[in-house]
Design a protein around this ligand. Structure first.
Ligand code: ZN
Length: 260
C-alpha cells in the first residue's frame, strides 16, 4: 500500500469523479489534513466514503489569527481526532510578522493537547523550522510528521536526531534543493506525500491527482538505487512503526490494508 502522509482531499473539485477513485485504485492510505473547522467536517465526510482516508483536525498557520480567541471550542474535535494536522508555523509565505504571535499561540495550544493525549502531529514548518523544532522540544512531542521540509540542513539534522518523520513529495520531481533534503533523510524516517491538490498545482500549474504519488516513490527509489517495490515497503514499514502505539490510527490503517 502507498502512503500519502499529507494531503488535503477536501480541496479537490473533482473528488467524486476521479481523485477518490485514484486513492482506491492505487491503494493510497491518505492522511487528509484540515486547515480549519469547515475543512475538517469535509474531510470527515470523505473519510466516510473511503477506507483509505484518515481525516485529521488542525488549524493551519495561515489562518491561525482567525481562531486564536476561540481555541477552547476546538477541544472536543481535538479529543475525538486520532492525529492532529495541519499545524505549525510559517514565516515564509506569511510576510506580516504581526501575525506570528497568533500562529505561535495556536500551535502551542495544539502541541499541549497532542502531548497530553499522546497524538501524532502533522506539521507545516516553512521558514520557521528552528522555532518549530524548539516548540516540539518544549512540549515534549515524540511523534511528528514534518511535511515538505525545505529548510536548512542543520535543523533537519537536529529534527532527525529527535526521531521525527519527514514526508517527501512532488517537489522532488522539480528541484535540486528538495532532492538534497531527500538524500539527507535516513531511510527509516522517510515518508511520502502529495500535499494535493495544491502541492502539484503550485509547481506545475495543473491540479495534482493522488496517483502522482507513484512518481514520487519511483524517484525516491531511483535516488536510493533500490527497486520501486522495496521503496514502497520501506515507507510502509516506517509508517507502521510511527503508528505502532496508536490503536485508533492503526485501526484505520488496518482497514485500508485489508481492503483488497
Ligand atoms: Zn498541507
Amino acid at each position: 500500500m502507498l502512503i500519502d502522509a499529507h494531503a488535503h482531499l477536501n480541496r479537490y473539485d473533482n473528488l467524486t469523479d476521479g481523485a477518490l477513485d485514484e486513492v482506491e485504485n492505487y491503494r493510497i492510505f491518505t492522511i487528509s489534513n484540515s486547515m480549519d473547522m469547515q475543512s475538517y467536517k469535509e474531510n470527515l465526510e470523505i473519510g466516510e466514503k473511503s477506507k483509505y482516508v484518515l481525516p485529521t483536525f488542525g488549524i493551519h498557520p495561515w489562518v491561525a489569527h482567525e481562531y486564536q480567541h476561540k481555541l477552547i471550542e476546538f477541544d472536543e474535535y481535538i479529543e475525538e481526532c486520532p492525529m492532529l494536522g495541519e499545524l505549525g508555523l510559517d514565516y515564509h509565505f506569511v510576510k506580516d510578522s504581526s501575525l506570528y504571535p497568533a500562529q505561535k499561540k495556536v500551535f502551542e495550544y495544539f502541541l499541549r493537547k497532542a502531548s497530553e493525549q499522546n497524538k501524532i502531529v502533522n506539521l507545516h514548518t516553512k521558514g520557521a523550522e528552528e522555532d518549530t523544532l524548539r516548540f516540539l522540544e518544549t512540549h515534549n512531542i515524540r511523534r511528528a510528521i514534518i511535511h515538505w521540509y525545505s529548510g536548512p540542513l542543520n535543523i533537519l539534522k537536529k529534527s532527525i536526531d529527535r526521531g521525527y518523520y519527514f514526508t517527501v513529495g512532488v517537489e522532488i520531481l522539480f528541484t535540486e534543493h528538495i532532492r538534497k533534503i531527500a538524500r539527507n533523510i535516513p531511510d527509516d524516517l522517510l515518508l511520502t506525500e502529495t500535499d494535493n491538490p495544491g502541492g502539484y498545482e503550485w509547481l506545475a500549474g495543473t491540479s495534482g491527482m493522488p496517483g502522482v504519488l507513484q512518481e514520487v516513490v519511483l524517484e525516491l527509489a531511483r535516488m536510493r538505487k533500490i527497486e520501486y517495490e522495496e521503496c514502497v515497503n520501506m515507507i510502509q514499514r516506517n509508517f507502521e512503526r510511527l503508528i505502532e502505539g496508536d490503536k485508533t490510527v492503526r485501526d484505520y490503517y488496518k482497514k485500508a490494508k485489508n481492503n483488497n
